[in-house]
Design a protein around this ligand. Structure first.
Ligand code: GN1
Ligand code: MG
Length: 357
């Protein structure tokens, strides 16, 4: 069976497990994201009207307990829906059993959302205003969850932003050298290990109680916020897989990594990668405007360095995966994880020059 035909059959059968009115018409792959497999499924009703749903198969290799992931998402989406009913919120479609997920024949775990129409997600930023809007979106998300006890949520990937442990994992992967690639990345390993001190800044602040634990998104890439196609304004934060207890600085840092630079995350021409101070200032302004009222003085002080820590951490993760044989992040070409790592390191250097004072 051709792949597209297989997808139509598979998605029609998954869709039947959710409380969706109408008849399945077709499913289209949405190729973004490095972890899950995502489709837009279109259903038609008797009046000739179509409605779309977002269906995702949760990556079981990355999320060992997908039901815990869904419990976190259910909690957060319900809170946003009931507390902020006038905004557009991510909304889960219940399964026919009344849960918020359904399993496929192959033990896959699926969820279904109402599709957020008339919006776009940018993979890279072209104007400072997009960076500003993304910061408004993630900052509002942070503020709207700030009254909740973070311990309500489960830690679905332990030590997700524990940068020193990520560094130890990289060193172990280099030592084991399963894919036989260590010899080709000595410069990158050295660039990362020489920044060990930087890796400790956020986690030390969390462990010594100087930085408060909050409910955070933890994956605040620019393409995880939907913007209105008409106005460009931030509409809704998506991809809540990693919503967990964390630091506001994880979210600010990862947004700067992905939005204060116009190049792609895997850009091979390193001369095209440059940290943009104006985009950074737009992100800072947007985050302060939307989350400044809940941030502590110490958090605000560490905003610039958080961008460097998270960029270093993501460089480590891409390099670890390259050394382990590309088993975690989806790749579409040979060496893509190494290209991603090199791009992060170039961005980090450029950040260090612009932000260190
Ligand atoms: C992954 O799913 P996606 O593509 O939004 C990853 C993030 C990384 C990001 C790097 C669960 O996010 O942590 O920062 O790739 N998600 C997970 O692009 O590991
Ligand atoms: Mg994700």
């Amino acid at each position: 069976m051709a792949e597209t035909e297989f997808h139509q059959t598979q998605l029609a059968s998954i869709g039947a497990k959710f409380q969706i009115a109408g008849t399945f018409e077709r499913a289209d792959v949405i190729p973004s994201g490095h972890i899950n497999t995502t489709f837009a499924a279109t259903y038609g009703d008797a009046h000739g009207q179509s409605r779309r749903y977002l269906m995702q198969s949760i990556n079981r290799h990355v999320f060992s307990d997908p039901i815990a992931v869904m419990r976190n998402i259910e909690f957060v989406t319900q809170h946003l829906k009931t507390t902020f009913p006038d905004q557009i919120n991510l909304s889960l479609v219940p399964s026919i059993d009344g849960a918020f997920w359904a399993s496929g024949d192959d033990q896959s775990v699926w969820r279904c959302y109402d599709f957020i129409e008339n919006c776009v997600a940018h993979d890279a930023v072209t104007h400072a205003d997009q960076a500003y809007q993304a910061a408004i979106g993630f900052g509002n998300f942070q503020t709207q969850l700030s009254s909740l006890d973070p311990n309500i949520l489960l830690e679905t990937i332990p030590d997700f932003h524990h940068t020193p442990k990520r560094l130890q994992r990289l060193i172990a992967a280099a030592k084991a050298d399963h894919a036989g690639r260590r010899g080709s990345v000595l410069d990158e390993i050295n660039a990362i290990t020489s920044r060990e001190k930087l890796a400790h800044v956020l986690i030390d602040g969390m462990q010594n109680g100087h930085l408060p634990l909050r409910i955070t998104h933890n994956d605040t890439k620019i393409n995880n916020v939907m913007m209105s196609a008409a106005t460009g304004h931030a509409v809704c934060v998506i991809d809540l897989d990693t919503v967990m207890p964390g630091l506001a600085l994880f979210d600010f840092g990862d947004l700067v990594r992905s939005a204060a630079n116009q190049a792609a995350e895997d850009e091979r021409y390193l001369s095209r990668i440059e940290f943009s101070k104006p985009f950074y200032q737009a992100i800072h302004a947007g985050f302060m405007e939307s989350a400044g009222s809940v941030l502590t003085e110490h958090e605000v002080k560490l905003l610039p360095i958080s961008a460097m820590v998270i960029t270093l951490e993501v460089a480590m993760r891409f390099l670890t995966d390259f050394l382990e044989g590309d088993v975690y992040f989806k790749t579409h070409r040979e060496g893509q994880n190494l290209d991603r790592c090199r791009a992060q390191l170039k961005l980090l250097e450029s950040m260090e020059q612009a932000l260190s004072c």
